[in-house]
Design a protein around this ligand. Structure first.
Ligand code: DI6
Ligand code: FE
Length: 411
């Protein structure tokens, strides 16, 4: 007998098939032991609902999607950069601020100074915004500590958020995010220390699910990124890359050569980069919040990605400098309005494709038997509404591992 049977719902299963959104009208989902035990049309249920499950719940004709996945965040960090925002509005550019010691470095100072408890609490609040919109899985990067102890502290906070909240957390080590002040002018030495010491010690503590780097003029070179990837490979860890955000450094080609789970940003992606990603199965993670916030004008090459068959995911990039954003629904809207993704591509980008970008494609991201019973009930009449609206929150109920996240459905 199943634990729970959810009835009177339309399902946007997000499986790849004939129907847009993998839609199943008048569907049902059965949950057993935190996983999806049955999913399909209600008329195909193998018996009377009451005979099949201990608990039968009506969804009131709502739509159900998979739990949403934010696959690229820097959500654990100290302080904020509202002041830098003011400076930019008076004319300073992001790269200028970064070169003048502001930018990422000011967040590094604030993060180093913050206690583990303070980092946990500020991240928990930001995560609460995401959860309210149906996010059940997030990725969290380090990269504002940049020394052994502070990087480990960020990742421990990420692990604790996953252990204490109804949320699946994947951690990514982003030690190669910026050059810490104590290594000024010695980027190669920092990368050496990172690969020999900071990364192995974080990995030994079980804090690292994947390894990332910021390959950019204001970040690290292709050669330095390769060293980080070699170190990750030596530890048996998958890689990802901040690639081609502000310029074409050839990062996507390198990432693909290492079988990266994803290459992220990609406004300046070349054809060669897209082809390499397609061949390697590397997911493109687009971050419209950062594009919008720094007023980038170069669009990521969405048509090229489609043509080459590169999978496209979306995320908030929640970070204090370039995307102080905690709304996954706004990401959907921005991806549609700014990048011209269809609402279906946008929803796939925060479900099926985001799961793939985290290496969780087998267990998350679609409504399919055997996968985690993570799903969201929505007060909408068609799935396109999720990308259509600006502001407002139609989430009626989020369910993770079969457990509702809040006591009653919102209408
Ligand atoms: N790309 C970004 O957009 C963020 N990091 C990165 O590698 C910016 C991080 C920051 O400015 O604090
Ligand atoms: Fe980022």
């Amino acid at each position: 007998m199943w634990d729970t049977l959810w009835l009177d719902a339309h399902l946007a299963s997000m499986t790849v098939g004939e129907a847009p959104y993998g839609a199943i009208e008048d569907g049902a989902i059965a949950v057993e032991g935190g996983r999806i035990a049955w999913v399909g049309r209600r008329v195909d249920l193998p018996g009377r609902p009451e005979a099949l499950a201990r608990e039968v719940r009506s969804c009131g004709s709502r739509w159900i999607t998979p739990g949403l996945i934010d696959c690229h965040t820097h959500i654990v960090h100290g302080g904020d950069r509202a002041h830098e925002f003011e400076l930019r509005l008076k004319g300073a550019r992001y790269e200028e601020i970064a070169r003048a010691g502001g930018g990422i470095r000011s967040t590094v100072a604030a993060t180093r100074a913050a206690s583990e408890a303070a980092l946990y609490e500020s991240a928990r609040r930001r995560i609460a915004d995401l959860q309210a919109e149906g996010v059940t899985t997030i990725e969290i990067k380090s990269g504002y500590g940049l020394d052994r102890e502070s990087e480990a502290r960020m990742l421990r906070v990420a692990r604790r958020l996953g252990a204490t909240l109804p949320l699946t957390v994947r951690t990514t080590f982003l030690g190669a995010h910026a050059l810490p002040p104590e290594f000024d002018g010695r980027a190669d030495a920092f990368i050496e220390f990172l690969c020999q010491d900071i990364l192995p010690s974080a990995a030994a503590e079980g804090l690292v699910d994947a390894v990332d780097a910021f390959c950019e003029r204001i970040g690290f070179t292709l050669g330095q990124t390769r060293k980080v990837f070699e170190a990750a490979r030596g530890l048996g860890l998958p890689v990802k890359l901040h690639a081609e955000q502000l310029s074409d450094q050839g990062g996507a080609v390198l990432a693909a050569a290492y079988g990266a789970l994803s290459a992220d940003h990609l406004e300046y992606l070349s054809e060669a980069g897209a082809r390499a990603m397609a061949a390697a199965g590397t997911v493109a993670v687009l971050l419209p919040g950062a594009f919008y916030f720094i007023r980038e004008t170069r669009l990521p090459p969405v048509d090229l990605l489609r043509r080459e068959g590169v999978r496209i995911a979306l995320a908030t990039d929640c970070n204090p400098g370039t995307s102080p954003m905690t709304s996954i629904l706004l990401v959907l809207n921005m991806a549609a309005t700014l990048f011209r993704l269809t609402p279906e591509e946008a929803l796939a980008g925060v479900t099926r494709e985001a799961a793939a970008a985290l290496g969780l494609g087998a267990s998350h991201g679609t409504l399919e038997v055997g996968k985690a019973a993570d799903f969201v009930l929505w007060n909408i009449t068609r799935p396109a509404e999720l990308a259509y609206r600006i502001g407002g929150n139609p989430a009626a109920l989020a369910v993770r591992g079969g457990q509702p996240l809040w006591p009653a459905m919102r209408s």
